[in-house]
Design a protein around this ligand. Structure first.
Ligand SMILES: [Zn+2]
Length: 381
């Protein structure tokens, strides 16, 4: 094992691929260590939908993500703080990352107004007027007690003009400086900066330089997977990840498909989150080593095989495709649970496989086998 590279960083490097920028490491937080590359299941409303924290532990989840915007609106960060913080509130004692709310506000941008001071927006629940400054976002995340906090940022739509991209990128950098200044360093919570810059390589480089000058505990690539072509997303990921300091965690927000996870690890990314495994599970779309399986398809009506014959998850050990299809067609809520268990097992297992491949320096071989097993050409993208 290589020694710690930077005592001020929460990141420790274990191994590097000699074939690509992929790296194997760990991140230290006040609720323990998680191994990277890592996939963080999304627990938007202080719950990963349809599974318990015990399920998550059994599945090998080491860190989850919760959404500041949603918890700020309901039930409120002060209530959660008064009840002992988010870990106690939801009964999860491993690390939690909270996003800043920037992406949700971006998603609701018809209801939002961004100014130098912060984001004014309306609650999607009751339409009430709310305001979140960069300082507020830090304060809310401190009240929630998450282990990794994210700076409030301004996400840039795709496509966007150079001028719009420049202004949003510079505003995000100023907000990042204000976030760092507002942070209470006594809590031991980590704060990550978010690199914007749209699809412009020069602006991405400027955004990295600005954030590094302020100095954060980790760096996230924001504003990707917002509708741009996959090749562009991967190109900007590769470009930006290479510019980020090597001794800090690198987090690609909101990505993505199994294919994009493999490609982004290969480009040097350490951390990921996405609603895909959990949301698609509830829609009856299951991930397997052979590609995707849509459980409602009539071909599974009397199929006695498990979802994935090579999968060792609770669902695949105990239930047939025919049974899962029946539950789904009958709208039984158990389908949500069993499908979510399987999909999270797949995503978490995929990251475990990638970590092992980097450790033994066989990432290229892993990647080749990953694509060789998949059943449609479209999934190679
Ligand atoms: Zn399974």
């Amino acid at each position: 094992m290589m020694p710690a590279m930077n005592a001020r960083s929460p990141f420790r490097l274990h191994a590097r691929s000699s074939e690509c920028p992929a790296r194997r490491g760990e991140v230290h937080t006040r609720h323990g260590v998680f191994q990277t590359p890592v996939f963080m299941p999304v627990g938007t409303q202080a719950t990963v939908k349809a599974v318990t924290p015990e399920d998550l532990r059994d599945l090998g989840a080491e860190i989850i993500l919760a959404n500041t915007y949603h918890l700020f609106i309901r039930p409120g960060h002060e209530l959660i703080r008064d009840l002992g913080g988010l870990h106690r509130f939801m009964n999860w004692q491993r690390p939690i990352l909270t996003d800043s709310g920037g992406f949700q506000i971006y998603s609701l941008r018809d209801l939002a107004k961004i100014t130098e001071q912060g984001a004014a927006f309306r609650s999607h629940l009751d339409g009430s007027k709310l305001f979140l400054s960069p300082e507020d976002a830090v304060r809310v995340q401190e009240a929630l007690g998450s282990d990794i906090m994210m700076c409030l940022d301004t996400c840039i739509p795709y496509p966007a003009s150079k001028e719009e991209t420049l202004q949003a990128t510079e505003l995000t950098a100023r907000w990042a400086g204000r976030s760092r200044a507002a942070q209470n360093r006594e809590t031991g919570q980590l704060l990550f900066g978010i690199v914007q810059g749209g699809m412009d390589r020069d602006l991405r480089a400027r955004a990295v330089a600005d954030l590094v000058e302020t100095g954060f505990d980790g760096y996230a690539l924001g504003g990707l997977s917002v509708g741009e072509p996959t090749e562009m997303m991967l190109e900007i990921t590769e470009h930006t990840a290479a510019l980020l300091p090597d001794d800090y965690p690198k987090y690609l927000m909101g990505v993505g498909t199994p294919e994009n996870l493999v490609e982004s690890v290969c480009r040097g990314v350490d951390m990921f989150d996405c609603v895909m495994p959990t949301r698609n599970a509830r829609n009856g779309m299951l991930f397997t080593s052979n590609g995707r399986l849509v459980i409602k398809n009539s071909e599974y009506r009397n199929d006695s095989r498990p979802v994935d014959e090579s999968c060792t998850c609770y669902t695949c050990r105990n239930y047939s495709r025919a049974y899962l299809r029946h539950l789904y067609m009958a709208k039984e809520i158990l389908a949500n649970h069993l499908h979510t268990v399987h999909n999270l097992h797949y995503f978490i297992g995929l990251m475990q496989e990638m970590r092992r491949a980097i450790e033994v320096d066989r990432f290229a071989e892993f990647r080749k086998n990953f694509y060789a097993g998949r059943n449609t050409a479209a999934e190679g993208n």
